[in-house]
Design a protein around this ligand. Structure first.
Ligand code: KIV
Ligand code: ZN
Length: 515
């Protein structure tokens, strides 16, 4: 059965979700999870956007062996040079260059006539092909581009050396039947179409990203660009788990195979959700908590008699119920390190291992069974060199009594100096956050506060997400602890530390003029 290439862009387009930015170390962890899942191509970032993005692409390229690593680049030499530089140590690399092809983008954003857009594309592809063998070209806003112009520019792109041609529905405007027809038209009309793989990249503004991607596949596309949990710019991208499971479940219709190890889907979804702070809605297909839950008596009865009456997939095939009890109170350093290695987590130094092991022991004193999810939460809590730790929790005491305003007594380290403060609030979390702000005076507004249990049971760690907005700069802080008040304070401090970080990211669609 022919293969279909799964191209994951969680680390690039996914990161363009407001508030979903990730640290270098988090990106490497996600990349390792994608590699375990056997994703064919991982788009690791947009190397030219910032030194942080460059280093992240470089680190992913270094860490991953079994997936091809890709960097995005506008159709200009400096972008392509940065991409090639960051990808140097990759086992297999790809440069993905793009330029907008729709009348509205060419006229108002690029301010270039179509002929010049075509020239820029050809020049960029040739330039990139001198640096790497594998070049992908995207016609940004292809969904609103004129088919005649698409045919011309794509033919020239293939002649210039592009091996993959991506047709993005950048603004999520397409409708499945029409988008499938566009793909079929391109494949029929472009004389050298057989020299490249046609790809699809759909956004979800009308909730049709997966449907449009699958329509394009039915019309002949052989690469799908997607993200875990459908993360991405605005309403997101096509969700990898939905695309992969549609292809697997309806093999009868598609006649195509992916390499994806589907049992890694749920663990990877959880990892991405915990790192980005974007919870998965319970009724989300495949990875939502209710995706395989049967509530109605008639359905339960049917499933008990014959599972296929109401289930088209098996929960265990996508990785439900696979959270393994890995470690406990008596596990030693060697077992701990071995489990981290199995999860693809390499710690830079013995110091980091010691730090993490000490936190693991602390947690194991409070919580009997430590699962992979707990280890990931611990990892998120150890210091990375990228983010300055200006604020750190020393001690927290919260007094909460029916009929009285809760009071928080907080001791923080601020720039290495111990500070003490007391505040009251409408609830214990409010009191704790007011106490932090009494010291930090950040002026940022709290946009999201959410608590989730990482695993099941009342001794589970609570994982808290705090989203702060400081004059348009949005950051997501995370904290985990068996005490959700402590987790809340850690998450708030994490967000404040991120706000203090000089790392700024420019995103391709937002930065400059697009070429
Ligand atoms: O949506 C889009 O057009 C993109 C391109 C850069 C591929 O993300
Ligand atoms: Zn996109």
């Amino acid at each position: 059965m022919p293969n279909i290439v799964i191209f994951d862009t969680t680390l690039r387009d996914g990161e363009q979700s407001p508030g979903a930015s990730m640290t270098l170390e988090e990106k490497v962890r996600i990349a390792k999870a994608l590699e375990r899942m056997r994703v064919d191509v991982i788009e690791a970032g947009f190397a030219v956007a910032s030194p942080g993005d460059f280093e992240s692409v470089k680190a992913v390229a270094h860490a991953v062996q079994d997936s091809r690593i890709c960097s995005l680049a506008r159709a200009r030499a400096e972008d392509i040079d940065a991409a090639a530089g960051a990808l140097r140590s990759a086992q297999a690399s790809r440069i993905h260059t793009f330029i907008a092809t729709s009348p509205i983008h060419m006229q108002y954003k690029l301010r270039l006539p179509p002929e010049q857009v075509l020239e820029h594309a050809v020049k960029a592809i040739r330039y990139a092909r001198n640096l790497v063998d594998d070049v992908e070209f995207s016609c940004e806003d292809a969904g609103r581009s004129e088919p005649d112009f698409l045919c011309r520019i794509i033919e020239a792109a293939i002649t210039a050396g592009a091996r993959t041609i991506n047709i993005p529905d950048t603004v999520g405007y397409a409708i499945p039947g029409q988008f499938g027809d566009l793909m079929a038209t391109l494949l029929q009309r472009i004389p050298n179409a057989d020299k490249a793989i046609f790809s699809v990249h759909c956004h979800n503004d009308l909730g049709l990203a997966v449907a449009n991607s699958l329509a394009a596949v039915l019309a002949g596309a052989r690469q799908v660009e997607c993200t875990i949990n459908g993360l991405g710019e605005r309403a997101g991208n096509a969700a990898l788990e939905e695309v992969v499971m549609a292809l697997a479940t309806r093999k009868d219709l598609f006649g195509l195979e992916t390499r994806i190890q589907t049992t890694e889907i749920v663990p990877t979804s959880r990892l991405v959700s915990s790192i980005t702070g974007f919870p998965v809605q319970p009724n989300k297909a495949i990875v939502g908590a209710n995706a395989f839950a049967h509530e109605s008596g008639i359905h339960q009865d049917g499933v008990l008699k014959h599972r296929e009456t109401y289930e088209i997939m098996r929960a265990q095939d996508v990785g439900w119920n696979t959270n393994r009890m890995v470690l406990g109170k008596h596990s030693g350093r060697a077992a701990f390190r071995a489990r981290l290695e199995q999860l693809g987590i390499a710690l830079d130094s013995d110091g980091m291992l010691n730090d993490l092991f000490a936190r693991f022991k602390e947690l194991a004193d409070k919580k009997h069974d430590i699962y992979d999810e707990d280890l990931h939460a611990l990892l998120s809590s150890v210091s990375t060199t990228e983010i300055p730790k200006i604020y750190a929790l020393i001690a927290l005491e919260v007094l909460s009594k029916t009929g009285q305003a809760p009071e928080a007594n907080l001791s923080l380290s601020v720039h290495g100096q111990q500070k003490q403060v007391r505040a009251t609030g409408s609830g214990p979390v409010d009191a704790a956050f007011r106490a932090i702000e009494a010291l930090a005076n950040s002026g940022a507004s709290l946009e999201l506060y959410s608590v989730n249990a990482i695993t099941s049971g009342t001794d589970s760690q609570g994982e808290v997400q705090v989203r702060l907005n400081d004059a348009g700069r949005i950051v997501n802080g995370q904290g985990a602890d068996t005490d959700i008040l402590v987790a809340s304070v850690k998450a708030y401090l994490d967000a404040l530390n991120l706000l203090s970080s000089p790392l700024q990211r420019a995103h391709p669609q937002m930065s400059g003029d697009g070429i």
